[in-house]
Design a protein around this ligand. Structure first.
Ligand SMILES: C[S@@+](CC[C@H](N)C(=O)[O-])C[C@H]1O[C@@H](n2cnc3c(N)ncnc32)[C@H](O)[C@@H]1O
Length: 391
């Protein structure tokens, strides 16, 4: 499989080599082993070098993968409709988007919110990558013109918690995960070592934090019968959710991601986890391949997200699939509104809609979790198929 991946050019290879050297130094200064979560953090976010911190195109056709806001503006238009209702209920407020990618979601949300007469006070974007922020600024100015004045970029969470809506599309699946191996009563954590000048994955006995976090996983049926059950869990997800809760004074958070509830995630037959790497629209499973040039991602345990949300004082308003969310949020109505004369545009819209809702595409694999802080009404998008009992 790796042999089929396109060879990076010399500039990209030199960039990746710099990051490899940096990671090797981190491994050495940590005593010869770092957890996979620390490796993933460096590979994606090492300042100036990591995949998301450095300059190459990532999103869309020229990049490595495509996300829902890139596929079609219909996605952001549906989300904007749900945000508009919350802003209306609160008598106004702000929107905070985490990890804004190319800026497509921000631009299309603002255009739709303007159409609905429900522009937010501010559209805040929390973006840690200086490169992505510059790309977003240019993109939003071009697509949304004067509406770009609503956008303010943040390097960290907002100084004061906001009233309004927080949105995050495919952010939780970019948070580093800890990889583990269960073998009978033994629990090991997989990390990265350097052997003969090359990085390698190596398992070591897991520490108490990981063993404790895995208790609900170990309690699931069938896993103890699998010899060498490998998967992943993010020890950082609960703290991230606490931050999300702290950034919201009153309102709703809408989190979209590839993922499952815990019992679906840790099936006995899914014994090698969900970790995937994306490079030039090819998926493979070697996270050590050209660090800095590829995305590394793992599906999200939505049960863990929901539990962390409740611990952080948020209500779980709904959990459903992307398809059910978009349909209940009025996708048909939005499509019906656009009487497009141009056949090519019409075909593009139909193709985009299919990719967003078909089960074999993103429709079933991406889930939506709606979280409330304070008194907020359950958004319409969550009323189509309430899957909260599966969490
Ligand atoms: C797969 S991309 C998704 C980008 C965009 N939301 C989209 O749908 O196209 C993941 C994004 O999450 C961002 N990210 C990861 N961890 C984050 C965090 N803790 N806070 C905010 N953004 C984060 C990354 O920098 C990256 O921009």
């Amino acid at each position: 499989m790796l042999a089929e991946l396109p060879e990076p050019d010399s500039v990209a290879r030199a960039h990746s080599e710099k990051l490899r050297v940096h990671i090797r130094e981190c491994v050495e200064s940590a005593g010869g082993w770092i957890s996979f979560a620390d490796y993933m953090d460096l590979a994606l976010y090492a300042p100036g070098l990591g995949y998301y911190s450095a300059g190459a195109a990532k999103f869309g056709e020229a990049g490595d993968f495509v996300t829902a806001p890139e596929i079609s503006p219909l996605f952001s238009q549906c989300v904007a409709g749900q945000c508009a209702r919350v802003l209306e209920e609160l008598g106004g407020g702000d929107i905070l988007e985490l990890g804004a990618g190319s800026g497509a979601m921000a631009a299309d949300m603002l255009l739709e919110l303007e159409r609905l007469g429900r522009l937010p006070g501010r559209y805040l974007v929390l973006e840690t990558s200086a490169d992505l922020r510059a790309r977003q600024e240019a993109f939003i100015r071009e697509r949304a013109g004067p509406l770009s004045q609503y956008v303010e970029w943040l390097d960290t969470g907002p100084g004061e918690p906001i009233r309004g809506v927080l949105v995050a599309n495919e952010v939780a699946d970019a948070i580093p995960v800890n990889c583990f191996l269960l073998d009978g009563a033994d629990t090991c954590e997989i990390g990265v070592v350097w052997i003969n000048g090359e990085p390698r994955l190596e398992a070591r006995p897991a520490g108490s934090e990981l063993v404790k976090a895995l208790e609900p996983v170990r309690a699931l049926p069938g896993l103890d019968a699998v010899a060498g059950y490998q998967s992943e869990i993010s020890l950082r997800l609960p703290a991230w959710l606490h931050s999300v809760s702290g950034w919201l004074e009153t309102g709703m958070a809408l989190l979209f991601d590839y993922g499952f509830s815990r019992p679906e995630y840790y099936l006995a037959e899914r014994s090698s986890g969900t970790l995937r790497c994306y490079y030039r629209h090819r998926a493979h499973d070697d996270p050590l391949f050209w660090p800095g040039l590829q995305d590394i991602t793992a599906w999200v345990d939505f049960s863990l997200l929901a539990e962390s949300a409740r611990d952080a004082d948020m209500d779980v308003l709904g959990y459903t699939t992307q398809a059910q969310f978009l349909l209940a949020a009025g996708l048909d109505e939005i499509v019906g509104r656009k009487v497009v004369q141009d056949e090519k545009l019409q075909a593009e819209m139909a193709h985009g809609m299919r990719q967003l809702i078909m089960p074999g595409e993103m429709g079933e694999s991406i889930k939506v979790l709606a979280l409330g802080k304070g008194k907020v009404t359950v958004p319409e998008g969550m009323t189509g198929r309430d899957m909260r009992t599966s969490l």
